[in-house]
Design a protein around this ligand. Sequence first.
Ligand SMILES: Cc1ncc(COP(=O)(O)O)c(C=O)c1O
Length: 485
Amino acid sequence: MKQEYAISHWPDSKEILGKLKTLANELPLYQINRSKMAEYLEKFETKFAASKQLVEKAKERIPGGVQHNLAFNYPFPLAIAKADGAYLYDVSGNRFIDFLQAGGPTVLGSNYKPVRDKVMELINESGPVTGLFHEYEYHLADLIHSHIPSVELFRSLASGTEGCMAAIRAARCFTDKKFIIKVGGAYHGWSDQMVFAMRIPGLGTLDSHGIPEGCYTYMQEFYPNDIEGLEKLLKENESKGGTAAVIVEPLGPESGTRPVHYDFNAKVRELCNKYNTLLIFDEVVTAFRIGLGGAQGYFGVKPDLTVFGKCVSGGYPAAGGVGGRREIMETFAAGIQGLKKRAMVGGTLSANPLSCAAGYFAIKAIEETQAHKKAGKAGDKLTKGLQEIFKRYDLPFIAFNHGSICHMETGAAMLMELTNPKIFDQVGKRRKVMEELGAALMVEGIITLAGSRIYTSMADTDDVIDDALDRFDRVFKYFEPVQEK
Ligand SMILES: Cc1ncc(COP(=O)(O)O)c(C=O)c1O
Protein backbone atom coordinates (compact mmCIF):
# COMPACT_ATOMS: atom_id res chain seq x y z
CA MET A 1 0.00 0.00 0.00
CA LYS A 2 2.64 2.52 -1.09
CA GLN A 3 0.03 5.28 -1.38
CA GLU A 4 -0.17 5.34 2.42
CA TYR A 5 3.43 6.45 2.66
CA ALA A 6 5.18 9.78 2.31
CA ILE A 7 7.61 8.54 -0.35
CA SER A 8 5.96 9.24 -3.70
CA HIS A 9 8.78 7.61 -5.68
CA TRP A 10 11.91 5.73 -4.69
CA PRO A 11 14.90 7.84 -5.79
CA ASP A 12 17.40 6.02 -8.03
CA SER A 13 19.93 5.13 -5.34
CA LYS A 14 22.59 3.88 -7.78
CA GLU A 15 22.52 7.15 -9.73
CA ILE A 16 22.52 9.26 -6.54
CA LEU A 17 25.37 7.30 -4.97
CA GLY A 18 27.43 7.71 -8.15
CA LYS A 19 26.81 11.47 -8.21
CA LEU A 20 27.53 11.82 -4.49
CA LYS A 21 30.82 9.97 -4.88
CA THR A 22 31.87 12.29 -7.69
CA LEU A 23 30.73 15.42 -5.83
CA ALA A 24 32.57 14.53 -2.62
CA ASN A 25 35.74 13.06 -4.05
CA GLU A 26 36.38 14.38 -7.55
CA LEU A 27 34.72 17.70 -8.38
CA PRO A 28 36.11 21.10 -7.39
CA LEU A 29 34.66 22.58 -4.24
CA TYR A 30 32.18 25.46 -4.54
CA GLN A 31 31.63 28.10 -1.90
CA ILE A 32 29.71 31.36 -1.45
CA ASN A 33 31.50 34.31 -3.05
CA ARG A 34 33.92 35.73 -0.43
CA SER A 35 32.63 39.29 -0.33
CA LYS A 36 29.00 38.08 -0.23
CA MET A 37 29.90 35.72 2.62
CA ALA A 38 31.57 38.56 4.53
CA GLU A 39 28.35 40.53 4.07
CA TYR A 40 26.28 37.58 5.35
CA LEU A 41 28.51 37.23 8.42
CA GLU A 42 28.25 40.93 9.16
CA LYS A 43 24.46 40.74 8.94
CA PHE A 44 24.50 37.62 11.11
CA GLU A 45 26.37 39.52 13.84
CA THR A 46 23.95 42.43 13.89
CA LYS A 47 20.66 40.63 13.23
CA PHE A 48 21.34 37.94 15.83
CA ALA A 49 23.25 40.02 18.39
CA ALA A 50 20.82 39.12 21.19
CA SER A 51 21.41 35.40 20.60
CA LYS A 52 25.15 35.94 20.67
CA GLN A 53 24.93 37.73 23.97
CA LEU A 54 22.90 34.91 25.52
CA VAL A 55 25.18 32.19 24.17
CA GLU A 56 28.31 34.00 25.37
CA LYS A 57 26.77 34.04 28.85
CA ALA A 58 25.77 30.39 28.56
CA LYS A 59 29.36 29.43 27.76
CA GLU A 60 30.22 30.22 31.37
CA ARG A 61 28.03 27.32 32.52
CA ILE A 62 27.38 25.12 29.48
CA PRO A 63 30.15 23.47 27.40
CA GLY A 64 30.22 25.30 24.06
CA GLY A 65 27.22 27.41 25.14
CA VAL A 66 24.58 24.94 23.91
CA GLN A 67 23.45 21.51 25.03
CA HIS A 68 22.75 19.77 21.74
CA ASN A 69 24.69 19.05 18.53
CA LEU A 70 21.81 20.32 16.42
CA ALA A 71 22.22 23.78 17.97
CA PHE A 72 25.95 24.16 17.22
CA ASN A 73 25.55 26.54 14.32
CA TYR A 74 28.24 28.65 12.67
CA PRO A 75 29.26 31.36 13.52
CA PHE A 76 27.28 31.11 16.76
CA PRO A 77 24.07 29.38 17.88
CA LEU A 78 20.69 31.10 17.77
CA ALA A 79 18.51 31.37 20.86
CA ILE A 80 14.96 30.42 19.90
CA ALA A 81 12.02 31.85 21.83
CA LYS A 82 8.95 30.64 19.93
CA ALA A 83 7.90 27.77 17.68
CA ASP A 84 4.72 27.67 15.65
CA GLY A 85 3.89 25.44 12.68
CA ALA A 86 6.35 26.11 9.87
CA TYR A 87 8.16 28.85 11.75
CA LEU A 88 10.65 29.48 14.53
CA TYR A 89 11.28 32.88 16.10
CA ASP A 90 14.50 33.91 17.85
CA VAL A 91 14.78 36.03 20.99
CA SER A 92 14.71 39.22 18.89
CA GLY A 93 11.57 38.14 17.03
CA ASN A 94 13.34 37.23 13.76
CA ARG A 95 11.23 34.66 11.93
CA PHE A 96 12.69 31.55 10.25
CA ILE A 97 11.20 28.84 8.10
CA ASP A 98 11.88 25.78 10.23
CA PHE A 99 13.41 22.97 8.19
CA LEU A 100 15.13 21.54 11.23
CA GLN A 101 11.84 20.45 12.82
CA ALA A 102 13.72 19.68 16.02
CA GLY A 103 15.75 17.06 14.15
CA GLY A 104 12.71 15.20 12.85
CA PRO A 105 9.99 14.59 15.46
CA THR A 106 7.44 17.22 14.49
CA VAL A 107 5.74 15.88 11.35
CA LEU A 108 2.66 17.92 12.32
CA GLY A 109 4.71 21.13 12.41
CA SER A 110 6.17 22.74 15.51
CA ASN A 111 4.11 23.09 18.65
CA TYR A 112 0.91 21.70 17.09
CA LYS A 113 -1.96 23.13 19.10
CA PRO A 114 -4.40 20.17 19.23
CA VAL A 115 -1.64 17.95 20.69
CA ARG A 116 -0.42 20.71 23.01
CA ASP A 117 -3.96 21.17 24.38
CA LYS A 118 -4.23 17.45 25.18
CA VAL A 119 -0.80 17.48 26.82
CA MET A 120 -1.75 20.51 28.94
CA GLU A 121 -4.93 18.75 30.07
CA LEU A 122 -2.94 15.72 31.13
CA ILE A 123 -0.29 17.74 32.97
CA ASN A 124 -3.00 19.64 34.83
CA GLU A 125 -4.43 16.30 35.95
CA SER A 126 -1.50 13.97 36.67
CA GLY A 127 1.55 16.17 36.35
CA PRO A 128 4.28 15.03 33.96
CA VAL A 129 5.40 12.07 36.03
CA THR A 130 4.32 9.88 38.94
CA GLY A 131 6.64 6.87 38.80
CA LEU A 132 3.62 4.57 38.63
CA PHE A 133 1.69 3.11 35.70
CA HIS A 134 -0.41 5.49 33.65
CA GLU A 135 -3.04 4.36 31.11
CA TYR A 136 -1.40 6.27 28.23
CA GLU A 137 1.58 3.91 28.43
CA TYR A 138 -0.80 1.19 27.25
CA HIS A 139 -2.64 3.42 24.75
CA LEU A 140 0.64 4.39 23.08
CA ALA A 141 1.94 0.80 22.92
CA ASP A 142 -1.39 -0.40 21.51
CA LEU A 143 -1.52 2.40 18.92
CA ILE A 144 2.03 1.61 17.77
CA HIS A 145 1.08 -2.06 17.45
CA SER A 146 -2.01 -1.19 15.41
CA HIS A 147 0.15 0.59 12.83
CA ILE A 148 3.33 -1.51 13.11
CA PRO A 149 2.23 -5.10 13.81
CA SER A 150 5.81 -6.37 14.30
CA VAL A 151 5.74 -4.43 17.58
CA GLU A 152 3.91 -7.01 19.67
CA LEU A 153 5.29 -5.48 22.86
CA PHE A 154 6.73 -2.00 23.37
CA ARG A 155 9.13 -0.73 26.01
CA SER A 156 9.18 3.09 26.47
CA LEU A 157 12.58 4.67 27.06
CA ALA A 158 13.96 8.19 27.17
CA SER A 159 15.78 8.50 23.82
CA GLY A 160 16.72 6.81 20.57
CA THR A 161 20.17 6.24 22.03
CA GLU A 162 18.64 4.23 24.88
CA GLY A 163 16.40 2.38 22.43
CA CYS A 164 19.44 1.20 20.45
CA MET A 165 21.30 0.21 23.63
CA ALA A 166 18.32 -1.77 24.85
CA ALA A 167 17.74 -3.44 21.47
CA ILE A 168 21.26 -4.85 21.19
CA ARG A 169 21.18 -5.96 24.82
CA ALA A 170 17.89 -7.83 24.30
CA ALA A 171 19.25 -9.35 21.07
CA ARG A 172 22.30 -10.74 22.87
CA CYS A 173 20.26 -11.89 25.81
CA PHE A 174 17.73 -13.69 23.60
CA THR A 175 20.13 -15.29 21.11
CA ASP A 176 23.07 -15.97 23.42
CA LYS A 177 25.26 -14.67 20.58
CA LYS A 178 27.78 -11.86 20.73
CA PHE A 179 28.40 -9.85 17.59
CA ILE A 180 26.39 -6.83 16.52
CA ILE A 181 26.83 -5.75 12.91
CA LYS A 182 25.96 -2.24 11.79
CA VAL A 183 26.29 -0.27 8.57
CA GLY A 184 29.31 2.02 8.39
CA GLY A 185 28.33 5.69 8.52
CA ALA A 186 25.10 5.09 10.45
CA TYR A 187 24.21 6.93 13.64
CA HIS A 188 22.54 4.86 16.34
CA GLY A 189 23.02 7.27 19.23
CA TRP A 190 26.04 7.99 21.37
CA SER A 191 26.36 4.95 23.65
CA ASP A 192 29.81 3.40 24.05
CA GLN A 193 29.22 0.55 21.63
CA MET A 194 27.42 2.56 18.99
CA VAL A 195 29.99 5.33 18.54
CA PHE A 196 31.65 2.98 16.12
CA ALA A 197 31.99 3.50 12.37
CA MET A 198 29.81 6.57 12.77
CA ARG A 199 29.38 9.23 10.05
CA ILE A 200 31.85 7.75 7.53
CA PRO A 201 31.93 4.05 6.51
CA GLY A 202 35.16 2.28 7.37
CA LEU A 203 35.88 4.65 10.26
CA GLY A 204 35.81 1.82 12.85
CA THR A 205 37.06 3.18 16.16
CA LEU A 206 38.86 6.23 14.69
CA ASP A 207 36.29 8.70 15.96
CA SER A 208 35.66 7.08 19.36
CA HIS A 209 37.53 9.24 21.81
CA GLY A 210 37.01 8.52 25.49
CA ILE A 211 35.83 4.95 24.89
CA PRO A 212 38.10 1.98 25.61
CA GLU A 213 38.70 -0.23 22.56
CA GLY A 214 37.35 -3.22 24.49
CA CYS A 215 33.85 -1.78 24.11
CA TYR A 216 34.03 -2.65 20.41
CA THR A 217 35.23 -6.23 20.72
CA TYR A 218 31.94 -7.50 19.33
CA MET A 219 30.97 -4.58 17.09
CA GLN A 220 31.43 -4.83 13.33
CA GLU A 221 30.51 -2.74 10.31
CA PHE A 222 29.82 -3.38 6.65
CA TYR A 223 29.67 -0.86 3.81
CA PRO A 224 26.28 0.54 2.84
CA ASN A 225 24.57 -1.76 0.31
CA ASP A 226 27.40 -4.32 0.56
CA ILE A 227 25.30 -7.46 1.00
CA GLU A 228 28.25 -9.73 0.19
CA GLY A 229 30.34 -8.00 2.87
CA LEU A 230 27.55 -8.58 5.38
CA GLU A 231 27.31 -12.27 4.52
CA LYS A 232 31.07 -12.67 4.89
CA LEU A 233 30.91 -11.29 8.44
CA LEU A 234 27.90 -13.42 9.34
CA LYS A 235 29.65 -16.54 8.08
CA GLU A 236 32.94 -15.78 9.85
CA ASN A 237 31.16 -14.99 13.12
CA GLU A 238 29.50 -18.40 13.22
CA SER A 239 32.63 -19.99 14.67
CA LYS A 240 33.37 -17.01 16.95
CA GLY A 241 30.28 -16.69 19.13
CA GLY A 242 27.70 -15.88 16.46
CA THR A 243 25.91 -12.68 15.45
CA ALA A 244 23.17 -11.54 17.80
CA ALA A 245 21.80 -8.86 15.47
CA VAL A 246 22.24 -6.75 12.40
CA ILE A 247 21.05 -3.19 12.98
CA VAL A 248 20.20 -0.91 10.04
CA GLU A 249 18.58 2.41 9.34
CA PRO A 250 16.15 1.25 6.66
CA LEU A 251 16.67 4.26 4.35
CA GLY A 252 20.45 4.05 4.67
CA PRO A 253 23.00 5.60 7.03
CA GLU A 254 22.25 9.06 8.44
CA SER A 255 18.59 8.97 7.45
CA GLY A 256 19.41 7.96 3.89
CA THR A 257 22.30 10.38 3.31
CA ARG A 258 23.89 7.36 1.64
CA PRO A 259 20.67 5.86 0.28
CA VAL A 260 20.22 2.10 0.18
CA HIS A 261 18.93 0.24 -2.85
CA TYR A 262 15.23 -0.53 -2.68
CA ASP A 263 15.78 -4.28 -2.10
CA PHE A 264 18.55 -3.81 0.51
CA ASN A 265 16.38 -4.38 3.58
CA ALA A 266 14.74 -7.50 2.13
CA LYS A 267 18.19 -8.94 1.39
CA VAL A 268 19.40 -8.19 4.92
CA ARG A 269 16.27 -9.91 6.25
CA GLU A 270 17.05 -13.01 4.14
CA LEU A 271 20.59 -13.16 5.46
CA CYS A 272 19.43 -12.73 9.05
CA ASN A 273 17.07 -15.69 8.54
CA LYS A 274 19.84 -17.77 6.96
CA TYR A 275 22.28 -17.13 9.84
CA ASN A 276 19.66 -17.19 12.59
CA THR A 277 20.41 -13.60 13.52
CA LEU A 278 17.97 -10.92 14.65
CA LEU A 279 17.23 -7.93 12.44
CA ILE A 280 16.88 -4.58 14.21
CA PHE A 281 15.43 -1.62 12.34
CA ASP A 282 16.45 1.74 13.76
CA GLU A 283 13.30 3.70 12.91
CA VAL A 284 14.13 6.64 15.18
CA VAL A 285 13.75 8.98 12.18
CA THR A 286 11.46 6.99 9.89
CA ALA A 287 8.66 5.73 12.15
CA PHE A 288 5.54 7.88 11.63
CA ARG A 289 7.47 10.26 9.36
CA ILE A 290 7.72 7.96 6.35
CA GLY A 291 4.27 6.70 7.19
CA LEU A 292 2.29 5.28 10.07
CA GLY A 293 3.61 1.81 9.29
CA GLY A 294 7.20 3.04 9.43
CA ALA A 295 9.86 2.19 6.88
CA GLN A 296 9.12 -1.49 7.55
CA GLY A 297 5.58 -0.98 6.24
CA TYR A 298 6.90 0.86 3.20
CA PHE A 299 9.42 -1.85 2.33
CA GLY A 300 7.24 -4.74 3.47
CA VAL A 301 10.11 -6.11 5.57
CA LYS A 302 9.49 -7.30 9.13
CA PRO A 303 12.31 -6.75 11.63
CA ASP A 304 12.54 -8.65 14.92
CA LEU A 305 13.04 -5.45 16.89
CA THR A 306 12.38 -1.80 16.06
CA VAL A 307 13.96 1.19 17.77
CA PHE A 308 11.83 4.31 18.17
CA GLY A 309 12.65 7.92 19.04
CA LYS A 310 11.66 11.40 17.89
CA CYS A 311 8.02 11.08 16.61
CA VAL A 312 7.17 8.47 19.24
CA SER A 313 6.56 11.26 21.74
CA GLY A 314 5.32 13.77 19.18
CA GLY A 315 8.21 16.18 19.74
CA TYR A 316 7.87 16.11 23.53
CA PRO A 317 10.53 14.65 25.82
CA ALA A 318 11.41 11.84 26.38
CA ALA A 319 11.41 10.23 22.95
CA GLY A 320 12.53 6.64 22.80
CA GLY A 321 11.63 3.02 22.94
CA VAL A 322 12.05 -0.42 21.49
CA GLY A 323 9.44 -2.87 20.33
CA GLY A 324 9.19 -6.22 18.60
CA ARG A 325 8.59 -9.93 18.86
CA ARG A 326 6.97 -10.94 22.13
CA GLU A 327 9.51 -13.59 23.13
CA ILE A 328 12.45 -11.23 22.58
CA MET A 329 10.75 -8.30 24.28
CA GLU A 330 9.93 -10.44 27.29
CA THR A 331 13.63 -10.42 28.17
CA PHE A 332 12.97 -6.84 29.34
CA ALA A 333 10.79 -7.97 32.25
CA ALA A 334 11.80 -5.76 35.15
CA GLY A 335 12.26 -6.52 38.83
CA ILE A 336 13.84 -9.49 40.53
CA GLN A 337 13.60 -12.50 38.24
CA GLY A 338 15.50 -15.16 40.15
CA LEU A 339 17.79 -16.91 37.70
CA LYS A 340 15.64 -16.07 34.69
CA LYS A 341 17.68 -14.40 31.94
CA ARG A 342 16.79 -10.76 31.47
CA ALA A 343 18.01 -7.67 29.70
CA MET A 344 18.21 -4.95 32.32
CA VAL A 345 16.77 -1.58 31.25
CA GLY A 346 15.50 1.26 33.37
CA GLY A 347 15.02 4.99 33.68
CA THR A 348 13.28 7.00 36.38
CA LEU A 349 11.33 9.08 33.86
CA SER A 350 10.88 6.43 31.16
CA ALA A 351 7.26 5.87 30.17
CA ASN A 352 5.98 8.93 31.97
CA PRO A 353 2.41 10.14 31.38
CA LEU A 354 3.59 13.25 29.53
CA SER A 355 5.70 11.47 26.87
CA CYS A 356 3.22 8.66 26.35
CA ALA A 357 0.15 10.90 26.05
CA ALA A 358 2.04 13.32 23.77
CA GLY A 359 3.12 10.41 21.55
CA TYR A 360 -0.37 8.92 21.53
CA PHE A 361 -2.13 12.17 20.57
CA ALA A 362 0.54 13.14 18.03
CA ILE A 363 0.35 9.76 16.24
CA LYS A 364 -3.47 9.95 16.31
CA ALA A 365 -3.24 13.45 14.81
CA ILE A 366 -0.86 12.23 12.09
CA GLU A 367 -3.40 9.50 11.31
CA GLU A 368 -6.32 11.96 11.16
CA THR A 369 -4.55 14.66 9.16
CA GLN A 370 -2.35 12.35 7.06
CA ALA A 371 0.44 14.73 8.07
CA HIS A 372 3.17 12.40 6.79
CA LYS A 373 1.77 12.56 3.26
CA LYS A 374 1.46 16.35 3.34
CA ALA A 375 4.99 16.65 4.70
CA GLY A 376 6.19 14.26 1.97
CA LYS A 377 4.53 16.35 -0.73
CA ALA A 378 6.29 19.44 0.65
CA GLY A 379 9.58 17.50 0.57
CA ASP A 380 9.01 16.57 -3.09
CA LYS A 381 8.25 20.18 -4.06
CA LEU A 382 11.22 21.55 -2.18
CA THR A 383 13.63 18.98 -3.61
CA LYS A 384 12.44 19.62 -7.15
CA GLY A 385 12.86 23.36 -6.59
CA LEU A 386 16.39 22.92 -5.24
CA GLN A 387 17.32 20.74 -8.22
CA GLU A 388 16.08 23.52 -10.54
CA ILE A 389 18.14 26.12 -8.65
CA PHE A 390 21.29 23.97 -8.96
CA LYS A 391 20.64 23.64 -12.69
CA ARG A 392 19.95 27.36 -13.10
CA TYR A 393 23.32 28.30 -11.59
CA ASP A 394 25.19 25.33 -13.05
CA LEU A 395 26.15 23.99 -9.62
CA PRO A 396 27.25 20.37 -9.14
CA PHE A 397 25.17 20.05 -5.96
CA ILE A 398 22.69 17.25 -5.34
CA ALA A 399 19.21 17.31 -3.84
CA PHE A 400 17.18 14.16 -3.27
CA ASN A 401 14.51 13.10 -0.82
CA HIS A 402 12.63 10.26 0.75
CA GLY A 403 9.34 12.09 1.32
CA SER A 404 9.81 14.65 4.07
CA ILE A 405 13.48 13.74 4.63
CA CYS A 406 15.43 15.86 2.16
CA HIS A 407 19.15 15.91 1.47
CA MET A 408 20.97 18.90 0.04
CA GLU A 409 24.60 18.01 -0.65
CA THR A 410 27.04 20.85 -1.33
CA GLY A 411 30.31 20.44 0.57
CA ALA A 412 29.37 16.78 1.06
CA ALA A 413 31.93 16.39 3.88
CA MET A 414 30.30 13.24 5.22
CA LEU A 415 30.31 11.64 1.80
CA MET A 416 34.07 11.65 1.41
CA GLU A 417 35.64 8.22 1.26
CA LEU A 418 38.36 7.09 3.61
CA THR A 419 40.33 5.84 0.58
CA ASN A 420 40.47 9.42 -0.75
CA PRO A 421 44.07 10.54 -0.02
CA LYS A 422 42.85 14.15 0.32
CA ILE A 423 40.30 13.37 3.01
CA PHE A 424 42.10 14.95 5.98
CA ASP A 425 42.96 18.09 4.03
CA GLN A 426 39.48 18.36 2.50
CA VAL A 427 37.02 17.37 5.18
CA GLY A 428 37.39 20.60 7.18
CA LYS A 429 37.09 22.77 4.06
CA ARG A 430 34.01 20.89 2.97
CA ARG A 431 32.42 21.21 6.37
CA LYS A 432 33.13 24.94 6.27
CA VAL A 433 31.20 25.26 2.99
CA MET A 434 28.19 23.62 4.65
CA GLU A 435 28.50 25.75 7.78
CA GLU A 436 28.67 28.93 5.72
CA LEU A 437 25.64 27.85 3.73
CA GLY A 438 23.77 27.25 7.01
CA ALA A 439 24.73 30.74 8.23
CA ALA A 440 23.75 32.47 4.96
CA LEU A 441 20.41 30.64 4.98
CA MET A 442 19.75 31.79 8.55
CA VAL A 443 20.32 35.38 7.50
CA GLU A 444 17.84 34.74 4.68
CA GLY A 445 15.36 33.32 7.22
CA ILE A 446 15.76 29.54 6.86
CA ILE A 447 16.96 27.02 9.42
CA THR A 448 18.25 23.65 8.17
CA LEU A 449 19.99 20.76 9.88
CA ALA A 450 23.70 21.57 9.50
CA GLY A 451 23.25 23.12 6.04
CA SER A 452 22.60 19.72 4.49
CA ARG A 453 19.44 18.06 5.80
CA ILE A 454 15.90 19.36 5.64
CA TYR A 455 12.85 17.94 7.38
CA THR A 456 9.52 19.17 6.09
CA SER A 457 6.26 19.04 8.02
CA MET A 458 2.53 19.26 7.42
CA ALA A 459 2.80 23.00 8.08
CA ASP A 460 4.89 23.47 4.91
CA THR A 461 2.19 24.59 2.51
CA ASP A 462 2.95 25.37 -1.15
CA ASP A 463 3.30 29.04 -0.18
CA VAL A 464 5.87 28.24 2.51
CA ILE A 465 7.90 26.13 0.07
CA ASP A 466 7.72 28.78 -2.70
CA ASP A 467 8.89 31.41 -0.24
CA ALA A 468 11.69 29.10 0.95
CA LEU A 469 12.85 28.43 -2.62
CA ASP A 470 13.15 32.18 -3.27
CA ARG A 471 15.35 32.42 -0.19
CA PHE A 472 17.49 29.43 -1.23
CA ASP A 473 17.86 31.01 -4.66
CA ARG A 474 19.17 34.23 -3.12
CA VAL A 475 22.02 32.26 -1.51
CA PHE A 476 22.84 29.71 -4.22
CA LYS A 477 23.29 32.34 -6.90
CA TYR A 478 26.46 33.43 -5.07
CA PHE A 479 28.19 30.04 -5.18
CA GLU A 480 31.38 29.80 -7.26
CA PRO A 481 34.33 27.37 -7.49
CA VAL A 482 36.99 27.76 -4.79
CA GLN A 483 40.14 29.24 -6.31
CA GLU A 484 43.02 27.04 -5.07
CA LYS A 485 46.07 29.17 -4.28
C1 LIG B 1 18.79 6.86 13.26
C2 LIG B 1 18.99 7.39 14.64
N1 LIG B 1 19.14 6.52 15.66
C3 LIG B 1 19.31 6.94 16.94
C4 LIG B 1 19.35 8.28 17.22
C5 LIG B 1 19.55 8.73 18.64
O1 LIG B 1 18.37 9.25 19.14
P1 LIG B 1 18.39 10.29 20.38
O2 LIG B 1 18.97 11.55 19.85
O3 LIG B 1 16.96 10.41 20.79
O4 LIG B 1 19.23 9.66 21.44
C6 LIG B 1 19.21 9.23 16.21
C7 LIG B 1 19.26 10.66 16.49
O5 LIG B 1 19.28 11.52 15.65
C8 LIG B 1 19.03 8.76 14.88
O6 LIG B 1 18.91 9.63 13.85
